[in-house]
Design a protein around this ligand. Structure first.
Ligand code: COA
Length: 346
C-alpha cells in the first residue's frame, strides 16, 4: 500500500478523531442577593418571584470589586484549565460567548487569552445572547473536528445586571437575572465515538423586539413607548418570551432527538438554559423526564445569560453525576430571538 509522501500523488488521510469535554470551572460574583434583599429596594415579594420564576437568590456584580465580564471569564477559565490539568500554554483558541463585553473592543477573549498565558492563541467572542454558549459549543466542536484546532477554551460570561434597574420601576426584569461565568475545555481525542451526535442553531429576528436592549429612541418599535430611563435597560415582553420558550424547548428537543435517532429516555442529562423554573418544568413533563435528568439551579443563580449552561454543567459534573459514555443535550433560547441545541456523546 502506498504511504503518502511529499510531492507524491497519494496523501495520508488525517486520522479519525473525536471531541471531548475535558474540564469545567466557574466564577461568580462575591455578592449574593436574596429575594428578601430585593423586597427592601422595590415593591416585590419572595412569594411573587418564587411562584413566577423559581428564583430564590442570585449573585450580582459590584463594580468597586473589579467584577467585570472579563474578570468572571478569566476566573472560570483558570478553574476549567486546572480541572483539565492544563495551562494556558496548551490552548490553541479562546472562545467567549457573551453579550456584555466590557467595551466594544478589545474582545473579552483577547483579555482572557492574555491573562491565562496562552502563546498568542486566537480569541473569538460570539454573541448569541442566552443561546450563545450552545451556539459556541457547536462552532467549537466543528473547528476541532475539522482538524485546525486541538484544545479550545470555551467560556460563557455575562454581567447582565448592568442592564436592569433594582427599583420598583425595573422589577419586571431585575428580579430575573444574575451574573457570572462558566467554562469548558474542549479537546480533540483519539476516540472517534466522542463528540456531537446532533446540533441545531436557529434565530428569528422577527421577534427581536420581544427581548432587547434599546440604545436609542429609534430602537422602540412604538415611539410612544420611549422614555429616556429605558435606554440601555433590558426591554422584555415577558408573556411573548414565555410562550416562545415553552414551544421552542419541546420542538427543539424533539428535532434534535430525531436527528440523532434517539428517544428522550436515551439521553442522560438535559442541560438547559435557566430562564424560568416553570419553562423547565413544562419541558420535563412533556417528555416524562425524571428530575435528576433535567438539572434546575435557577433557584440560586437566576438567569445568567450565556453563563447559565456551563454553570449548570459544572454543578452536575462536580456532583459526580456526569460520566464518560453518557449522552448530554445542551439546550438554550434567548434574545434575537435565538435557540439552539448541542447533543453530545461523552
Ligand atoms: N414583583 C411583584 N410584582 C411584579 C413584579 C415583581 N418583581 N414584576 C411584575 N410584577 C407585576 C406586574 O406589574 C403585573 O402587575 P399588574 O397586573 O398590576 O399590571 C403583575 O405582576 C403580573 O405581571 P406579568 O408580567 O403578567 O407576570 P407573568 O405571570 O407573566 O410573569 C415573568 C412575568 C417575567 C416571570 C414571565 O412572563 C416570564 O418568565 N417570562 C419569560 C421571561 C424569560 O424567560 N426571559 C428570558 C429569556 S432568555
Amino acid at each position: 500500500m502506498s504511504q503518502g509522501h511529499a510531492g507524491g500523488s497519494s496523501s495520508a488521510r488525517p486520522p479519525r478523531f473525536g471531541v471531548r469535554l475535558a474540564g469545567t470551572g466557574t466564577c461568580i460574583p462575591r455578592t449574593k442577593v436574596t429575594n428578601a434583599d430585593l423586597e427592601k429596594v422595590m415593591e416585590t415579594t419572595d412569594e411573587w418571584i418564587t411562584q413566577r420564576t423559581g428564583i430564590k437568590s442570585r449573585y450580582i456584580y459590584k463594580k468597586e470589586l473589579g467584577e467585570t465580564t472579563a474578570h468572571f471569564a478569566i476566573g472560570a477559565a483558570r478553574a476549567a484549565l486546572a480541572d483539565a490539568g492544563m495551562t494556558g500554554a496548551d490552548i490553541d483558541l479562546v472562545v467567549v460567548a457573551t453579550m456584555t463585553t466590557d467595551a466594544p473592543t478589545p474582545s473579552t477573549s483577547c483579555i482572557v487569552s492574555h491573562a491565562i498565558g496562552t502563546h498568542a492563541a486566537g480569541g473569538l467572542d460570539i454573541n448569541g445572547a442566552c443561546s450563545g454558549f450552545v451556539y459556541s459549543l457547536n462552532v467549537v466542536h466543528d473547528m476541532i473536528k475539522g482538524g485546525a484546532y486541538r484544545n479550545i477554551l470555551l467560556i460563557g460570561a455575562d454581567r447582565i445586571t448592568q442592564h436592569v434597574e433594582f427599583s420598583t420601576w425595573g422589577r419586571g426584569t431585575s428580579v430575573l437575572f444574575g451574573d457570572g461565568a462558566g467554562a469548558i475545555v474542549v479537546r480533540a481525542t483519539d476516540d472517534p465515538s466522542k463528540g456531537l451526535l446532533a446540533q441545531a442553531m436557529h434565530c428569528d429576528g422577527g421577534g427581536a423586539k420581544h427581548l432587547f436592549i434599546p440604545a436609542s429612541k429609534e430602537d422602540f418599535p412604538n415611539p410612544a413607548d420611549y422614555e429616556e430611563r429605558k435606554l440601555n435597560r433590558v426591554y422584555m415582553n415577558g408573556g411573548a418570551v414565555f410562550k416562545f420558550a415553552v414551544g421552542t424547548f419541546s420542538t427543539l428537543i424533539e428535532q434534535t432527538l430525531e436527528k440523532a435517532g434517539l428517544k428522550a429516555e436515551d439521553v442522560d442529562h438535559y442541560v438547559c438554559h435557566q430562564s424560568n423554573a416553570r419553562i423547565l418544568a413544562a419541558a420535563r413533563e412533556r417528555f416524562g423526564l425524571p428530575a435528576e435528568k433535567l438539572h434546575v439551579n435557577i433557584d440560586h443563580f437566576g438567569n445568567t445569560v450565556a453563563a447559565s449552561i456551563p454553570l449548570a454543567f459544572d454543578e452536575i459534573r462536580k456532583a459526580g453525576r456526569v460520566h464518560e459514555g453518557q449522552k448530554v443535550m445542551f439546550l438554550a433560547f434567548g434574545a434575537g430571538l435565538t435557540w439552539g441545541s448541542s447533543l453530545w456523546q461523552l
